[in-house]
Design a binder for this molecule. Structure first.
Ligand code: G3I
Length: 380
């Protein structure tokens, strides 16, 4: 055979490629199986991901996550744009996506002052508001009864100083709007888990008020199943101790704790800002956007260590934690590129802009594994 050497060369190349592909498949761990016995691992997905526009993103979502939350499309300005008009086009697709992939589906959110349908802001009468809340919640929750496993029934009702936030709901109904919302949701789907969800939940003043409000709902005999701690955190704040104190305090109410919106900003904060108050904005500058072309390795390692500490804590309290959801899939998608300063380059998630797992990904995986094999990757 004249071309025998060429044939051998091609054969060996194919063999090596195949072996590499098999090894890569074997070596790449996934979050959902790694934490299967501990809690759901979720991600917030956007419209393009719900519609499976990008095959690589789709493959990543399906292979890594056991739960999904809609990042925006289930908020009232989209689902209920006019008093007599609902729009379930995208929410139906979102639920179908979760069902098709055997995922736990979380609904975000029913009652929230932000991204609120404009017509609701114009309600002036308390009886009308109560009726509107009842109709809004009942229509949406009933539609997905048995399909959506848990809901953020009320989102962000408390200010960081511990006062109840002024909103069209609290202005008309006082604190009672929370109890009404949970009552309507529990009637619409008695089996769904119902959550109160907020940011800065490690802040003692806020924690005290949330606990008081939840106890108030419980005292009325109304079902509330969980508290969602949004994890919009920084590299050094809140401390692990503060997070632990809060998990313990919330869970002592007899409810589940979910870490609902996890991301860790790698950028300086303009005023040591914690939380996620969307109305706050600051000017961009090179000082505030120090890594426009890539995260330096030293910070990559810091981020990996921060995620490791956070997940060690979650595992320590896995009996209290139902779900850990990342707020996005990859760094390029994160809302933190535009908040609290527009147009920065942030690196808060486990997958980079090319969808590759970061050091933080391997450090998270390693918290659940005895194997040391992934340590090597951290060093490289
Ligand atoms: O869709 C428009 C687009 O048409 C327009 O060109 C573009 C111009 O800026 O804006 C797009 O809308 C943006 C929308 O996200 C979709 O990307 C809005 O400006 C922007 O304000 C909106 O931000 C969302 C934010 O909630 C609004 O409150 C973020 O994506 C979303 O991640 C964020 O999620 C919240 C949770 O729901 C509750 N907890 C805090 C968390 C972070 O703020």
């Amino acid at each position: 055979m004249k071309n025998y050497p060429l044939f051998l060369f091609l054969l060996s190349t194919i063999t090596i490629t195949t072996c590499n592909a098999q090894n890569n498949t074997k070596k790449t761990p996934n979050l959902k199986d790694t934490f299967k016995k501990d809690f759901y691992i979720g991600a917030a997905i956007n419209q393009s991901q719900i519609e499976e526009k990008n095959p690589a993103e789709n493959a990543l979502i399906v292979s890594q996550f056991s739960s999904i939350t809609a990042e925006n499309i289930m908020k009232s300005m989209f689902t209920h744009p006019q008093k007599d008009k609902y729009d379930f086009g995208l929410t139906d697709k979102f639920v179908a996506f979760g069902q098709k992939n055997n995922m736990f589906i979380h609904g975000h959110t029913l009652i929230w002052h932000s991204q609120l349908a404009h017509w609701m802001t114009e309600i002036k009468d308390s009886t009308e508001m109560k009726n509107v809340m009842k109709e809004h919640i009942t229509t949406i929750v009933s539609r997905y009864k048995g399909k959506i496993g848990s809901w953020d029934v009320v989102n962000e009702a408390v200010n960081d100083d511990g006062t109840v936030r002024k909103s069209v709901f609290s202005n008309l109904l006082g604190e009672n709007f929370l109890a009404y919302a949970f009552e309507f949701a529990s009637k619409a789907d008695p089996k769904a888990d119902l959550y109160y969800n907020d940011y800065s939940m490690t802040n003692p003043a806020k924690r005290e008020t949330v606990i008081r409000l939840v106890k108030g709902i419980q005292a009325k005999g109304i079902k509330i199943d969980g508290i969602g701690m949004q994890g919009h955190w920084q590299l050094n704040s809140p401390t692990i101790d503060e997070i632990e104190k809060s998990i313990l305090a919330y869970s002592s109410l007899g409810v589940k704790v979910a870490i609902t919106e996890l991301d860790v900003s790698a950028l300086p904060s303009p005023w040591e800002m914690k939380g996620a108050e969307i109305s706050q904005r600051f000017e961009n500058s090179p000082k505030m956007n120090p890594y426009p072309n890539g995260l330096p390795d030293s910070v990559q390692v810091q981020l990996a260590k921060r995620y490791e500490d956070i997940f060690k804590l979650f595992l320590k309290h896995k009996d209290k934690i139902s779900r850990v959801t990342f707020w996005g899939i990859n760094d390029g998608q994160s809302w933190l590129n535009d908040f609290p300063i527009k147009g920065r380059t942030n690196y808060p998630l486990l997958f980079d802009r090319e969808l590759k797992p970061k050091k933080a990904f391997y450090s998270v995986i390693e918290t659940a594994q005895d194997k040391q094999s992934f340590k090597k990757k951290l060093k490289n």
